[in-house]
Design a protein around this ligand. Structure first.
Ligand code: C2E
Ligand code: MG
Ligand code: MG
Length: 575
């Protein structure tokens, strides 16, 4: 019942925005009061015969009349300037109210001292009238610009900017709403086959249809339809009772769209995908709501043709994030911007054993994206081989140079993904890089995660054999996380076990975790393997690891991953 005025409010919201920029009401009252005060002040000091002494100079109080009447004039001008029509009419009324008294004084009481005041008032009326009409012109122009800024030229619907203003208004009043992103299916084919002019007519027809549906209030909710870009529309739905009402309203728009549209005697049957997010349930930040509803829309589109409705879920968003990361990886690979940082590894006497090469990818704002975020995406999209190769090349180049310069006897560990390891040209690729930089495989350690042994043990075994025959060292990374069986471990010709950080973290928490690490070390030694602990952060952990016979340490306690130049200085200054 109360929906009609609600709906009008949607349009008014957009118009009233410029009015909101008006000066506060309190200032209006203050100006009016100040004006009335200046009138009384002017009239009382104009009659005063007293003299005031300022800085030793005597002044007749009367001579201050000009100042107080100027104060009044300024108040009136401010009213007309700041408060448009209301201010102008108030200022006019305040001046005109003085006229009867002035006429009585001049024409009946023959008090000609009021004549300058009369002229002053006439001039002020002219001044505020000029200001008012000047303001009106500017106002009309501003309205026109504003109208254009919030309206889509082609369809006459409000645009995305208008939507965000409406959403801000709803948020301010703590009203619940849903933002729906809509994309017409196969609209491109109408443009391609029938031409852009027809395409434009179709978009207009959709806009008109949806606009009348929104205005009819048949959906039972308060809807606001806008065009975003191309064949994308937005609908803001508010005034609903339960979340189910949102989907019901969207279905109404879907059904309305699917009715035949006839243009120039040609019939068109349209459908669309709808993705939506709800405020405040999904987010109460406008940018996020747009991103979430767009993400839900793209997720539905990915599922193929046909019309579908989908609400945002965090899973959808992670797909979007993945796409964004994939884009960043691709552009970093093209622009050679994948970097490599080196984290030092030490023996228990704090002598440098070597480094682990870790891939680094910078965000557009210069911050590093964590490998924990981009390596899984690279694995999924098949880009990880290229990252591995880039890091491998940088690491090999580094160790080639640094060993030639300093004669240091150090090892370079590199991470290799399962995907890359299993590729036919993997061995050829890495041998080519070693040849280019004249580096022996014996100082390169290939890190393979424990999960390989479980998922693809036989294939991996063959590859690891090949690597060993070529003279590479092999380490099993993140050991302890994959529950590999001892028999597998025994059959893999590896050189090193890397105990995962999670076990090192737990060591200080309880005795059994410490015993667990001690057991891994002793298994490693039984199988004639060296053992390195990863993620060692404190001296206490170092001491415990020493006491249980660990061979090497890699962790923030003795060195974080660092850029190549820093690693170079570290090698040069090694003990
Ligand atoms: P990872 O191979 O186990 O590498 C060790 C990770 O532990 C690194 O994280 C390192 O910065 C971190 N780390 C080392 N010491 C400490 C410590 O004391 N405290 C803490 N909090 N962290 C420590 P990062 O660089 O974020 O790499 C994460 C994972 O991403 C690596 O785990 C590896 O699996 C993968 N990765 C990194 N670079 C590459 C690459 O070039 N290729 C492939 N395939 N994977 C890579
Ligand atoms: Mg590693
Ligand atoms: Mg690890």
């Amino acid at each position: 019942m109360a929906k009609q005025p609600e709906n009008n409010r949607v349009d008014k919201t957009l118009r009233k925005l410029s009015l909101e920029k008006e000066a506060p009401k309190g200032v209006f009252v203050l100006l009016a009061v100040l004006f009335v005060f200046s009138i009384f002040l002017t009239s009382s000091i104009s009659r005063s015969e007293a003299t005031a002494v300022i800085f030793g100079i005597p002044f007749e109080i009367k001579s201050f009349t000009g100042i107080s009447s100027m104060l009044g004039n300024i108040c009136l001008i401010c009213l007309a300037m700041l408060y448009r029509k209301t201010g102008y009419l108030t200022a006019l009324a305040l001046i005109l109210l003085q006229f009867p008294l002035m006429f009585i004084n001049i024409f009946i009481r023959s008090n000609y001292g009021n004549i300058p005041g009369l002229f002053n008032n006439i001039l002020i009326i002219l001044a505020i009238t000029f200001i008012y009409f000047g303001n009106r012109k500017i106002q009309a122009y501003q309205n026109h610009i504003r109208e254009q800024a919030v309206t889509d030229r082609l369809t006459g619907l409000p645009n995305r900017f208008a939507c965000s203003e409406l959403m801000q208004d709803l948020l301010k009043r703590s009203e619940r709403f849903a933002i729906v992103s809509v994309d017409l299916n196969d609209f491109k084919s109408i443009n391609d086959t029938m031409g852009h002019e027809t395409g434009d007519h179709v978009l207009k027809a959709v806009a008109d249809r949806w606009m009348s549906l929104a205005n009819s209030l048949k959906t039972g909710t308060v809807d606001f339809v806008a065009r975003s870009t191309g064949d994308e529309f937005l609908i803001i739905i508010s005034g609903y009772g339960s979340l189910d009402d949102i989907e019901r309203t969207i279905t109404d728009y879907k059904t309305d769209l699917e009715r035949k549209i006839t243009i120039d005697d040609c019939d068109y049957y349209l459908s669309a995908c709808f993705g939506y997010a709800v405020c405040p349930e999904d987010s109460d930040v406008i940018d996020n709501l747009f991103t979430f509803s767009d993400a839900a829309l793209h997720e539905t589109k990915k599922k193929g043709s046909g019309s579908r409705v989908m609400r945002f879920t965090p899973d959808v968003f992670s797909t979007e994030v993945s796409l964004e990361i994939e884009r960043k990886i691709r552009s970093a690979l093209t622009d050679n911007k994948i970097l490599c940082h080196l984290q030092p590894q030490y023996d228990m006497d704090h002598h440098l054993r070597g480094f682990e090469a870790l891939a680094r990818l910078k965000d557009d704002n210069g911050k590093f994206i964590s490998p924990a975020d981009f390596i899984p995406v690279a694995e999924k999209t098949g880009l990880v081989d290229r990252i591995d190769m880039r890091v491998f090349e940088l690491a090999v180049q580094f160790i080639g140079n640094v060993t030639a310069e300093t004669g240091a006897d150090i090892t370079m560990s590199v991470n290799v993904s399962v995907r890359h390891l299993m590729k036919n040209n993997f061995i050829d690729d890495i041998r080519r890089v070693l040849r280019n930089y004249n580096v022996s495989p014996s100082i390169i350690e290939i890190e393979i995660t424990e999960s390989i042994m479980i998922d693809s043990a036989d294939n991996a075994l063959q590859r690891i054999d090949e690597l060993k025959q070529l003279g590479f060292k092999v380490a099993i990374d993140d050991f302890g996380t994959g529950y590999s069986s001892l028999s597998y471990l025994n059959s893999f010709p590896t050189d090193m076990l890397k105990i995962d950080k999670s076990f090192i973290d737990n060591m200080s928490l309880n005795e059994s975790s410490k015993q667990y690490v001690a057991m891994i070390i002793s298994i490693g030694h039984t199988l004639d393997l060296k053992v390195i602990s990863e993620g060692v952060e404190s001296d206490d952990q170092v001491n415990v690891l020493k006491s249980i016979g660990c061979d090497y340490i890699q962790g923030y306690v003795w060195g974080k991953p660092m850029p190549l130049e820093e690693a170079n200085r570290l090698v040069a200054s090694r003990k």
